[in-house]
Design a protein around this ligand. Structure first.
Ligand SMILES: Cc1cc2nc3c(=O)[nH]c(=O)nc-3n(C[C@H](O)[C@H](O)[C@H](O)COP(=O)(O)O)c2cc1C
Length: 391
């Protein structure tokens, strides 16, 4: 094997593509329908520019920020992703990398590892829920997260079951038994490294979702948990306020892109929102999340913490989001590519790439703290922003 270190997130993605079975790789690419939103999430960052100085920079540059009650070493958090079978250590490898680099992590309710194992790595863990199941079931999930030592809750609401993908959805097996192993064999056979990593653990990928039931109960399979969610009537803002009232501590509502929703989220008592479109996996045609950020940050940024996710692939992207009003960003695919490319070390590699990119952007723009960034540091083309749902 060559040097496992990689230089950019783009290179991590190329390695992930070579290493993962096609279905697993496609499940990470995701992007609903035509992929317009997925594409715009990335393209929009390329439209924003900088005007660097050449002298007068600060020799001491500090990236630390306080987010959701946690002091973290840079304005980046791990976004929750419900992805199975990328790596045998899954979310625990991601958690170890996040802890090693001093940041915090969102853990999906569709994650493959128990929350107790993730918290045990020492990473501040924010457990992510969907509006799924009865109120009792949701309270039981909060109870388990509390008992495990979660630092807060993420409620993700931007999912409207838009499953169609023009490029063809990957099929997700319920579990990997001999029959499915045979079905996937042609893909897996040409991805020996991936299979080898699992073979070393003595187990095939586990497609159970261990965090949606109390610890004492057996874990449902992915489809059972997904079915429960699909059958649950969508929440009202009163429901959101109710769930928020069941958790005493930081509570992030993830998936807001409209100003009017952001204001309602404030009224519902949340402590933070993430301006997001679920990484382009939800309603296709939603503009890039970065286009929606400035108006939302202007409307509610003085009342609650405004975070951002969608399309972060380099340190300068983090800076652009911070300058446009985010206190910090969450990353999804960037760390998944790192995990697929080189396990825990690959996630650390991605976090180091982001940190170095933030640092060089601070050097070029003469900043000593990330909180010094403002809109005036960014070249924003006319018509870039989208004030969705503003009066
Ligand atoms: C494969 C995949 C699975 C995801 N699963 C979840 C999930 O279970 N819960 C959630 O809140 N968001 C989920 N997301 C959305 C991410 O948390 C995040 O919003 C998105 O990936 C950000 O965009 P980026 O990938 O461009 O960084 C998922 C995203 C991807 C790509």
């Amino acid at each position: 094997m060559g040097n496992p270190w990689f230089e950019t997130v783009a290179e991590a993605q190329r390695r992930a593509k070579r290493r993962l079975p096609r279905s697993v790789y496609k499940a990470l690419i995701a992007g609903s329908e035509r992929g317009l939103t997925l594409e715009d999430n990335l393209k929009a960052f390329g439209e924003l520019g900088f005007a660097p100085h050449v002298a007068g920079a600060s020799a001491k540059r500090e990236q630390g920020v306080r987010v959701l009650g946690q002091d973290i070493s840079m304005p980046v958090l791990i976004s929750p992703t419900g992805v199975q079978a990328v790596h045998p250590d899954g979310e625990v490898a991601v958690a170890r990398a996040a802890a090693a680099r001093g940041i915090a992590m969102g853990l999906s309710s569709f994650a493959s590892k128990p929350i107790e194992d993730v918290v045990a790595t020492g990473v501040p863990t924010f457990f992510q829920l969907y509006w799924s199941g009865s109120r009792e079931v949701m309270v039981a999930r909060l109870d388990r997260a509390r008992a495990a030592g979660a630092a807060g809750i993420i409620l993700t609401l931007d999912w409207s079951f838009s499953h169609q993908r023009d490029w063809g959805s990957p099929s997700i097996p319920q579990s990997i038994d001999l029959k499915t192993a045979v079905k996937f064999a042609p893909e897996v056979a040409i991805r020996p490294q991936w299979l080898l990593a699992f073979a070393k653990t003595g187990k095939l990928p586990d497609l159970g979702v261990p965090n949606v039931r109390p610890r004492t109960e057996p874990s449902p399979g992915f489809f059972e948990a997904y079915g429960e969610w699909m059958m649950t009537p969508p929440p009202s803002w009163e429901d959101v306020a109710w769930l928020r009232s069941q958790w005493d501590g930081p509570f992030l509502l993830k998936g807001v892109c409209r100003v009017d929703d952001a204001k309602r989220a404030v009224d519902a008592g949340v402590s933070a929102i993430s301006v997001s479109n679920h990484g382009g996996n939800n309603l296709d045609g939603t503009p890039a999340a970065i286009r929606a950020l400035p108006a939302v940050a202007d409307a509610v940024g003085s009342q609650i913490e405004v975070l951002f996710d969608g399309g972060i692939r380099r340190g300068s992207d983090v800076v652009k989001a911070v300058a446009l009003g985010a206190r910090a960003v969450l990353i999804g695919r960037a760390y998944l590519w790192g995990l697929a490319a080189n396990g825990q070390a690959g996630v650390e590699n991605v976090l180091d790439i982001l940190r170095a990119g933030i640092d060089s952007t601070m050097l070029a723009t003469g900043k000593s703290e990330v909180s010094e960034f403002s809109r005036s540091d960014i070249l924003i083309p006319d018509g870039f922003t989208r004030a969705l749902g503003a009066e």
